[in-house]
Each structure stands twice: as C-alpha cells, then as structure tokens.
Design a protein. Structure first.
Lengths: 471, 353
C-alpha cells in the first residue's frame, strides 16, 4: 500500500513539475515576444505624429460606450476624460445601468442633461430604457438611463443606441489618455477589412494625481495590494497580451478599454447577457463566428493607448473581483467548449483556448494540488527537505525574474513611473508577492470554480474611493 | 548529492544570476537614460535659443554660424529641426534649411541607408521638411523600403509639384498591396486638383475594390467635380462597397446632373447603398427628391429611415412639412417615431444655439 502511494505521489509530483516548467516557459515566451513587439512598435511610432491620424478623412467615427452602475464618485471625472479625447468624430454614450446611488443625478447636474426623444434600432436585446438624455453644452454626450441588467446588458443598450461603425467599450470608472483613441484606431486604418477588435493597456490609477479627468502625475500607491496588482497588470498586459497578440491568440480585450467593429459584434449577437465575463466572451464568440464564416480577421493589442482604472485595495473587494473574473473565464470556456482542441478553429481552437483551459482554468487546482501533495509528503515523512527548499526558492526567483522582465517591458514601452525609487519598490513587491499573496489568489480562484458550479451570479462590485482620493 | 538536487541548485544559481543582472540592467539603463535626458535637455535649450535667434534675425551668416556651432550635436539638432520644421514657414524655414544643409544633411543622407528603420524614418522626415528637388533620386531609392518608410517618402514626394513625382506616387499606389493602401488617401488628398488626370485614368483601370473605392472617396474629398461622370459610371459596380462610396461621393460633389443616379441608388438591393443614397439626396436639397425621401422614411431599414429623416430636415420648410405629416400619422409607427425624433432634435439644436 505504502509503495503504491509512493508511486502515485511520485507521478503527481512529475505532473506538477511538468506543469510548472510549461507554464513558466510560456510566460517567458510571451514576455520575449512582447519585448520584440514593444521595441518594434516604439521604433516605428517614434517619428509618427498621431496628430496626422486626426487629419485623415477616412478615419471612422467611434461611439464610446461606458456602462455605469453606482459610480457617483468617479462618473463626472470619467465623462470629462472621455469628452476631452482627441479624435475627429466621436460620441460618448454613458449607460446608467439602474444605479441606486446618485450617478444619474450627478450627470444631470454636471452636464445639464435634458430628456431626448431619440429613437434607436433594437438589434440586440436588453432591459428597458427609461430615458435618453442629451446635453446642450456637450453635444457629443448621450446618457441612457435603463433598468439594471448588468454590464453586458448595458453595453447592448449602448450598442443599439450608438451611431458609428466602431465602438469603444470602456468602464464607467476609467480614464482614457487624450490620444488613446487615435493610437487605438491605427490597426483599423492599416487593415480595415481584417481588423475586428483592438485592445489597449490598462494601468492602475491608485496613487496617481488626477485633475480634470486626466492623470497629471504617476505615483505608486501606498496600499500593498494595489502595488501587487501593478506588477500583475504589467505581466498581464505588457507580457501576456502583447505576446498572445503576436501569436494571433488573444482571447481577451479588456472590458475597461477595447475598440470593436460594430457590425461584427452585432452579427455575433452583441454581448451575451447571461455572462459576467462579457469582454472575453465577446472576443471568443467573434473568433468563433469569423472562423465559422471562414473570414480572415485580426484582433490586435496596441501597447501605447492607455486607460487608467482603479484597483481594489481591500482583500474583500479584490477577492470578489478575481472571483468574478474567474467565473467569467469558466463561463466563456464552457459556452464555447466546441472550440477547444478543435482544428476547425485554427490557432484559437488548438492553442489559445487550450492555453486558457489548462493554465488559467486548471492552473489554480494544479497549484493547490502541489501544496496538498507537499503537506501529504510532510505527513508521510516523504519530503526531501533540501530539494523542497531549493525548489521553492527556484519558484520564487523565477517569479521575480518574470516580474523583472515585465518591469523591463514597462521601461521600454512608456516608463510611466518616473522615480528610480518606484522601480526598487516594484522589485521588492515582485519578491513579496510570492509569499502568501500568490497562494491566496490561488485559493480565491479555486473557490470561484465552486461558486461557478453552484450558480453564483454576484457581480462583486468594489467600493470606489474616487480618483482624487485614490492612493 | 542526488542529480535532482544538483540540477535544482544550478537552476537556482542561474536564475539568481539572471535576476540580479536584469535588475542591475534596469537600474543602470534608467540612470544612463536619466543622465542622457538631462544632457539632451540642456543642449536642446541651448540649440533652441540659437535656432530661434537665427529665425528672428533672418541672417544667413548667423544661421551658418549656428550650424557650425552645433554640428557636433547632431542628435539634439535633428530633434530641434524636426520640432521647428513642422511649424515654421517662409523665410524662417529658409534659415532652418541653411542649418540643416550645413550641419546634418550629410549625416541624414548616410542615415537613409541605416539598417535601423527608426533612423531611416527620422531622416526621411527631415527630408520631407527641407525638401530639395535635386535630392529626389535619394528618395526614389527608398520607394522599395519597408511600407512605413515608403509612405514617408511618398509623403515627401507629394510636396514636389512635378508630373514625375505624381506618376511615382500613383505607380506606388497601383503596386502596393495590403495595409498601406488607406495611407495613400492622405497623400493623394494633399495633392489636391493636381491629381485629377491620374485619378481619372486610374478610375478606369481594373483595380481592386479597395483601391477603386479609395479613389472614388478621394473624388468627393478633394473634391474633383469634373470627374462626376467617371464616378457615375461605377454606380452599377457589382461590389456593394463601391456603390456605397459612389453614393457618398455624389453627396459631396453636389452636382444636379447626378440626382437621377442617386435616385436609382436609393432603390438599390443593398440597404447600406440605399441609406447612403438617401443621405446624399438630402444634402442635394433638391425639392424634386422630396417624394423619394418621404417614401424612404417608411423603409423597413432603420438607417434608411434615419438618413431620410435628417435629409428631409435639410430640405427646409417643405422637408419639415413632410416630417410633420409623417409624425402625425399612425399607420407606420417606425416612420412616425423617426420623424418625431428628427423634429425633436431640430428643436433641441435650436435651443442649444
């Protein structure tokens, strides 16, 4: 019996080691690809004036759709940042998704909104619209007040009401940099037929100084959780997404900032209202639809348009957010399971979906299994302590190495953190995140798995501090 | 010591080494960049002061002296010239040209052959600003470069008023494939009426739908009114995108003789073409098309109704009367709602004004 247990534990250990090797090899590959991608992009754009894009008569107009639910603290600043964007023709559609706080009142007061009798084509379904408002002083602004139906439902309402061929989905609590749209629209100019979606960088606003809807000074937050998340965002956006985009395997264009072709989104049925991971879900369904139609397409990630958003600063709100993200991932993978390992869906079915399935969905379980097996081995006296200690150190140093590479990517892409001290602090936190924070996140994602199968649908909204107080 | 322990120990050692080196590299790179930035700023201010003086004095001797003084700081001087070259015109630009010619032109010519795209691009941009027709041969050679460099070159060529350059631009347009096609629009647009004979010739060539559509769009954007006949000839093109662009272009040219074509396009099989034709008819403000627009308000397609509504609104009093009539009827609530919205919008816009 003891012999069999020993063999089983040995096999599981090997599986975990292979998993550890593979996941880190992929992350390293993505980061290396990103490094080349960023350097190439920087070289090509250094001497291009994005103001020239502004003059191009063929630039397509954009509808910016910003769903807002209980965003009273940030909504006015967010709208201000959206209205201040530099772009030839655009409209800003803010969808108040049944807020129970003073979100709508604040917008009405700040922008002198008046009720409009605008009619729209209901191409995709959504909860009833209570009213459409327009501002005499800001003709680009349209505010839609509707019954609460969650984010995907609000985006669908915005899609129906929008007028332009491209739409940009942004979060109601996000701030876009002034030239973000001009930079983001580039792939749609280069290849208007094939490009169906593009994503930009999301950065954390915690700690930054914001005035009049624009980030004036970039600083690190004091909160440790927010600092951990800054490194995570570096790895995810500068490492992961650019790398995935270069492998033509990008499955997520962040819901906080993404530009899409409206006709394709509508042909896919718009946002799926039953899901909470609406951003990933839309991209996966777009890929599925375009593969089914045998239409060539491109989904691009552009490393320089920047969107600032507030990160949760308490364990409770962070765990809710990550729980929601993981449930969204599981839901999308389940809904589109036909694509998994299916050669009909090209690289999406053979690489992108399996990657998310094995490393993102099963990853937390394999990691947790590793801890359990270690505990079992300790109990059974089967631990080779010097090896275990060395292996733990290898895992920690490898994690730090990957984080340092993502900091290097940040330095090459835009170097937004001006002080040398910031780099030192981020390096320190990339070391600290391996102790407890990482394990806690694994547990959160495992719990999310069970929550998903229990049918939990809670959105998990976080408590907003407002931009001025962020940090 | 077991083999797994040895492998893990070495892995740890190498990873530590890599991590410490990487950390060191990040820090040293940052320090070097900061120091370089400080030096760059200091030099920039110094050169900027001299260049501004040269621009205000307008003395070639002084400009030559500035060129001599800063010849050794080509990187900073390049940046100053790029920054000022785009905004200074007239005699001031001539002083900048003197500085460019005597301080960094030779280096720029060398950089045109650099293996680094960024350097080639930077040099091309300078040549765009300080173009001398005698150097067009250098630029023609770069027409075989990467798309981004090639486009920059074509941009430079667009500034030379000679038939030869026009033929190069259109030849490059004809030969180019893929993603750069849209960028030609900006370049050809800047050529204005000079491009007319070439656009006319190319409209009758068997080009791809994307290129043909771009040319049709160009006719409306410049606008090249004499080419309306060539545009009308494409109204029956099998590609829907071309028909949409024909309808849009005719709405920009505003030539009364094209009304019949637009009326025909307003009953096209594709709703997108109908919608565009109706929009253009609205812009024509031709009262003879009131019935067409009125009928389009009852179209099953939202975009057609929308454009018809706003088209009628542009027609003035008669259009408003039609809108009020449709708003008062109950037979088609979609047409009614659209009319109400347009009327409401007119009141709203009036209030805002």
């Amino acid at each position: 019996m003891g012999e069999i247990l020993h063999v089983i534990l040995h096999i599981v250990n090997i599986i975990i080691l292979i998993y550890f090797f593979l996941i880190n090899a992929f992350y390293l590959l993505f980061i290396i690809l990103s490094l080349f991608g960023i350097i190439n992009h920087r070289n090509l754009t250094t001497y291009i004036s994005f103001k020239e894009v502004f003059r191009l008569p063929l630039v397509k107009p954009i509808s910016i759709i910003a769903p807002a639910h209980n965003e009273e603290k940030t909504i006015v600043d967010s709208i201000q940042s959206l209205l201040a964007l530099e772009y030839p023709v655009f409209e800003v559609i803010v969808v108040n998704d049944g807020s129970t706080d003073r979100t709508l009142d604040k917008m009405i007061k700040a922008y002198q909104l008046e009720k409009s009798r605008r009619v729209f084509r209901k191409v995709v379904d959504h909860k009833p619209v209570k009213g459409i408002y327009r501002s005499p002083s800001h003709p680009k602004l349209v505010v839609v007040d509707k019954v609460n139906g969650k984010k995907a439902d609000a985006l669908n309402a915005g899609l129906n009401i929008s007028r332009y061929p491209l739409f940009c989905a942004v979060d109601g609590d996000s701030l876009l940099e002034k030239d973000a749209l001009l930079k983001m629209v580039r792939p749609f100019l280069e290849d208007p037929e094939k490009t169906v979606a593009a994503g930009g960088i999301i950065r954390l606003i915690n700690g930054c100084i914001v005035t009049r809807g624009q980030v004036q000074e970039v600083r690190l937050p004091r909160n440790a959780l927010a600092r951990f998340q800054i490194i995570e965002y570096f790895r995810a956006f500068l490492g992961g997404r650019i790398g995935m985009s270069m492998l033509k395997s990008m499955l997520i264009v962040s819901g906080a900032f993404g530009l899409f072709r409206k006709d394709i989104a509508l042909q896919c049925g718009g946002y799926r209202t039953g899901t909470i991971g609406e951003d990933m879900d839309l991209i996966v369904r777009m890929r599925r639809y375009l593969h089914d139609m045998k239409r060539p397409f491109e989904i691009r990630f552009i490393p320089d348009p920047i969107c600032w958003t507030e990160a949760p600063e308490t364990l409770k709100s962070l765990s809710r957010q990550r729980n929601r993200w993981h449930r969204g991932l599981l839901d999308t993978l389940r809904y589109n399971k036909v694509m998994l390992f299916n050669p009909r869906y090209g690289i999406t079915g053979l690489f992108a979906m399996p990657f998310y399935f094995i490393f993102e969905m099963l990853g937390p379980f394999i990691e947790l299994l590793g801890y359990i097996i270690f505990a079992a081995c300790v109990g059974l006296g089967m631990v080779n302590y010097p090896f275990a200690l060395l292996f733990f150190l290898v895992a920690v140093v490898l994690g730090v190495f990957l984080s340092l590479l993502s900091i290097l990517l940040e330095e090459y892409s835009s170097a937004r953190y001006p002080r040398l001290r910031d780099i030192l602090i981020l390096t320190l936190f990339s070391l600290l995140e391996n102790i407890l924070y990482r394990q806690w996140l694994t547990l959160v994602r495992v719990i999310a798995f069970f929550d998903f199968y229990k049918g939990k649908e809670e959105w998990g909204a976080m408590q907003k501090k407002g931009f001025a107080q962020a940090g | 010591m077991s083999s797994s322990l040895i492998i893990t120990s070495y892995s740890l050692l190498f990873l530590l080494l890599f991590s410490v080196s990487l950390f060191g590299f990040i820090i040293i790179r940052r320090l070097v960049l900061e120091a370089r930035q400080v030096r760059f700023q200091r030099l920039y201010k110094q050169i900027e002061k001299d260049v501004l003086e040269a621009i205000s004095l307008l003395k070639p001797d002084f400009s030559l002296e500035v060129a001599r003084r800063h010849k050794g700081h080509s990187e900073v001087l390049t940046q100053v010239l790029l920054d000022f070259g785009d905004i200074i015109v007239g005699e001031g630009r001539e002083q900048l040209r003197i500085i460019f010619d005597h301080a960094i032109k030779d280096e720029c010519l060398r950089r045109l052959a650099s293996w680094r795209t960024a350097k080639r691009l930077q040099s091309v941009r300078l040549f765009i600003i300080f173009f001398d027709p005698a150097e067009s041969a250098f630029l023609f050679r770069l027409l075989n470069d990467k798309p981004i460099v090639k486009l920059a070159v074509i941009n430079a060529l667009a500034r030379i008023p000679s038939p030869e350059t026009l033929s190069h631009i259109f030849k490059a347009f004809e030969e180019d494939t893929g993603y750069a096609v849209q960028a030609y629009f900006n370049i050809m647009f800047s050529l204005g009426n000079r491009s007319e004979p070439y656009v006319k010739a190319f409209l009758n060539k068997p080009l791809s739908a994307e290129k043909l559509g771009l040319l049709v769009e160009l006719v409306g954007a410049i606008p090249l009114r004499t080419l309306y006949g060539d545009v009308i000839a494409l109204a029956g093109h099998p590609d829907k995108e071309i028909r949409i662009r024909v309808a849009r272009t005719l709405g920009k040219l505003l030539i009364p003789e094209t009304v019949d074509t637009l009326v025909a396009l307003s009953s096209d099989e594709a709703w997108e073409v109908k919608a565009q034709a109706v929009k253009s008819l609205g812009r024509m403000k031709n009262l003879k098309t009131l019935d067409v627009l009125g009928r389009s308000l009852f179209s099953p397609f939202w975009h057609v109704r929308y454009n018809a509504g706003y088209g009628l609104a542009e027609m003035g009093e008669e259009g408003l009367r039609r809108l009020k009539e449709v708003a008062a009827q109950d037979e088609d609530r979609y047409a009614r709602d659209m009319s109400v919205m347009v009327l409401n919008d007119l009141i709203f816009a009036g209030g805002a004004a």
